[in-house]
Design a protein around this ligand. Structure first.
Ligand SMILES: Nc1ncnc2c1ncn2[C@@H]1O[C@H](COP(=O)(O)OP(=O)(O)O)[C@@H](O)[C@H]1O
Ligand SMILES: [Mg+2]
Length: 331
């Protein structure tokens, strides 16, 4: 999808560098008939960061990607991608991005190497450059041994890697990965995560969609939770976790005397006499933990054990949307 003729990974483009924003979207709306699919999406994604759009099947993730990559026109709202307006400068947007979809661009009848060469030819790389870039990508993606084999013989993980390698031939500033690990086994998924992390080390911005809470948590600098075409929560993985009720600090005491003393000081706590613990609601942050321990110390009460429970992203999704990710909106 890129019109660039160089290979390798570039730093962020000039326009993105000025305000340090790779993608800025405001009020994106899309409807099919009377059915609203995107219901006012606002996004700001910093250059060189990994952004995850997290949501269940049918939430509108692919529609958002299609809009931002200029494959689909919006009914309302605006967006700039790599500094270019998606509506008025679609060619410039396309020249700056790479897209790896749920349905790979890999040609099964070609070998891995031939797929890469096809990409290089499409983008008019010089022969010597093409050779160098292809060798480099095959090596980086651990596809050297499979290079001369037909893609139809590749495993799911190998196909995803080849698909992403094909995107990189054109040196995109921003890469869209629509559910890059759906259907992959855990080992291939981890390999993919490593590759994504390496890409940002080279300055590339990643926009990924996922249904996997762990994936967003592992990879993303910022996460937006998408539910039925609306963003219902946005922040760092830790921000989101902290916003969910249920964050608490658990204190365990040596005996009932200490527990009694602490319970008098911390009136909001829930006590468990058997476990000799107090559960104190809080935001899971370091300040509230420090305040809590200071209050105990002022009364010369010591806890034997202190642990902070921060909910995982499953809890986050449930808290934000009122339903679990498995209760997906109908396709
Ligand atoms: N061309 C289309 N016509 C009508 N409805 C569509 C079309 N494309 C997608 N949808 C609907 O829009 C909703 C969001 O789809 P999609 O963006 O693919 O979600 P996701 O990628 O999060 O699974 C779904 O309910 C889907 O059925
Ligand atoms: Mg999708």
């Amino acid at each position: 999808m890129s019109g660039r003729c160089q290979a390798g990974i570039s730093p962020v483009g000039d326009s993105a560098r000025v305000n340090n924003t790779a993608i800025a979207a405001s009020g994106l709306r899309k409807a099919y008939g009377d059915r609203t699919i995107l219901d006012g999406i606002d996004l700001t994604i910093g250059a060189g960061t990994i952004f995850a759009l997290l949501g269940p099947n049918g939430a509108g993730k692919t529609t958002t990607v299609n809009v931002l990559t200029t494959l689909l026109k919006v009914d309302g709202g605006t967006a700039r991608v790599a500094g270019h307006d998606i509506a008025t400068e679609p060619d410039a947007v396309r020249a700056a991005i790479g897209v790896t979809g749920q349905f790979a661009a890999v040609d099964d009848l070609l070998t891995g190497e031939e797929n890469l060469r096809l990409m290089a030819d499409l983008h008019h790389l010089r022969a010597d450059e093409s050779k160098r870039v292809i060798a480099d990508l095959l090596d980086r993606f651990d596809l050297v041994d499979a290079a001369r084999k037909q893609a139809s013989s590749y495993s799911g993980g190998m196909r995803r890697k080849l698909d992403l390698a094909m995107t990189l031939v054109t040196k995109p500033e921003i890469i869209f990965l629509d559910e890059p690990t759906t259907g992959l086994d855990p080992r291939s998924r981890r390999t993919m995560w490593e590759i994504v992390r390496e890409l940002t080390a080279g300055g590339v911005t990643i926009f990924l969609t996922t249904q996997y809470l762990e994936e967003a948590d592992q990879l993303a600098d910022r996460i937006a939770v998408l539910d039925q075409g609306r963003i219902v929560g946005e922040g760092t993985p830790d921000d989101l976790k902290r916003r969910v009720p249920g964050s608490h600090i658990r204190l365990r005491f040596a005996g009932i005397t200490e527990l009694d003393a602490a319970a008098r000081i911390l009136a909001a706590a829930t006590r468990d006499d058997e476990a000799l613990t107090l559960r104190v609601p809080g935001d899971g942050g370091t300040k509230s933990l420090r305040d809590l321990l200071n209050r105990l110390a002022e009364h010369s009460v010591d806890a034997d054990e202190v642990s902070v429970h921060t909910p995982d992203l499953d809890d986050v999704f449930f808290a934000l949307t009122g339903h679990a990710t498995t209760e997906a909106v109908a396709q």
